[in-house]
Write a protein that binds this ligand. Structure first.
Ligand code: ATP
Length: 347
């Protein structure tokens, strides 16, 4: 395993600044997730680390060494893409063995290596099959086994689970995380799915427009977003953002609950909410409402676990509250986090 670092890295395609002065350093053995909307530069950054895209400027270091001029092969990295092309005419065994053969690994040692990689992903019984005889999830595991067989120092994954259905994705995510913990290879994982990022990452790098907006643990980026973009991108439904004259106040949908729920001495901010619609999602209930007594049409979403037994009447104003400490403040013009302000609830 090795530490990966990018220093002041940029990539311009003509006018497009796909990656714009990015500084990131992983810890050794860390699972780092690059998260952001489509087009924010995640894949370009990963491709530069892999060595298949040349940076416009900046340095890439692997294990403390600048690798800018090293070809992909010499970087000791393995990359798995969304379209994990397996060789259709080869068996699973030969697919996994391929990178070993290509690098001239001793022939007699290949079967042991392949079996190790296959058993890591629980596909040792499928070694004789061809890719077309496998399910999507099994093919995914073959691609991952093929990537780890050379025991890379760094693992680069670009949305590797996006071809799987929702259920399989959850189990593949779990498998991938267990595997990564077991072998401890530094991993950089690209996704636009915040649930995946929160579930997998030791830390998350939130990107937008080629720039890093925040780097932190899942709890940090969720609970202490550095700007309104991060606040809105993480969490579903996202943070409620209420605009005031010179600031924006934000609170999470699950932190805004009927006053009766609180039996705490902590300071609360109370607001009247008229609920218009209730959505039952199984484990949760989402309430869509409008703030009475504040600026007109200020829409708010509330998330109440179904286990909380509460009668919610639609069309009537009810008093809700949020703990003062759960309100985050942002500058209205820059969107950046600012020191807490005095926030008036009801007039
Ligand atoms: P997605 O999640 O959709 O894959 P991404 O965050 O991985 O998006 P990139 O693929 O890194 O984004 O692209 C970043 C920006 O650079 C986009 O605006 C894209 O159009 C542009 N771009 C990427 N590759 C090229 C290229 N070869 N030539 C020109 N522009 C490119």
């Amino acid at each position: 395993m090795a530490q990966v670092e990018v220093r002041g890295i940029s990539k311009h395609f003509g006018e497009v600044r796909a990656v714009d002065h990015v500084d990131i350093a992983t810890a050794e053995g860390e699972f780092l997730v690059l998260l952001g909307p489509s087009g924010c530069g995640k894949t370009t950054l990963l491709r530069m680390i892999a060595g298949i895209e040349t940076p416009t400027s900046g340095d890439i270091l692997i294990g403390g060494q600048v690798v800018n001029n090293l070809p992909p092969r010499a970087r000791k990295i393995a990359m798995v893409f969304q379209s994990y092309a397996l060789y259709p005419h080869m068996t699973v065994f030969r697919n996994i063995a391929f990178p070993l053969k290509a690098q001239g690994f001793p022939r007699e040692e290949i079967p042991t290596k392949v079996e190790w990689a296959a058993s890591t992903f629980g596909i040792e019984k499928l070694l004789h099959r061809k890719p077309r005889e496998l399910s999507g999830g099994e093919r995914q595991r073959v691609a991952l086994a093929r990537a780890v067989v050379r025991e890379p120092s760094v693992f680069l994954l670009d949305e590797p689970l996006s071809n799987l259905d929702a259920k399989l994705r959850t189990s593949a995510r779990d498998e991938l995380q267990q595997f990564q913990r077991r072998i401890g290879t530094t991993t950089i994982y690209v996704t636009h799915d915040q649930v995946e990022a929160m579930g997998l990452g030791d830390r998350i790098v939130v990107m937008k427009g080629g720039k890093v907006r925040q780097i932190g643990t899942p709890q940090e980026v969720y609970n202490e977003p550095s700007d309104t973009f991060v606040a809105g991108f993480l969490g579903s439904p996202p943070m409620n953002l209420l605009e005031r004259e010179d600031y924006i106040a934000g609170f999470r949908p699950e932190k805004f609950l009927p006053v009766s729920v609180y039996d705490t001495g902590e300071p609360l901010v109370k607001l009247w909410l008229v609920v218009h619609r209730v959505e039952h999602l199984g484990a949760d209930r989402l309430l869509y409402g409008i703030m009475r007594d504040t600026f007109p049409n200020e829409k708010v979403i509330v998330n109440i676990p179904s286990t909380v037994d509460l009668k919610i009447k639609t069309g009537e104003a009810q008093e809700f509250a949020v703990k003062e400490k759960d309100i985050k403040f942002f500058d209205r013009s820059t969107g950046l986090r600012i020191e807490p302000r005095r926030f008036w609830g009801t007039r």
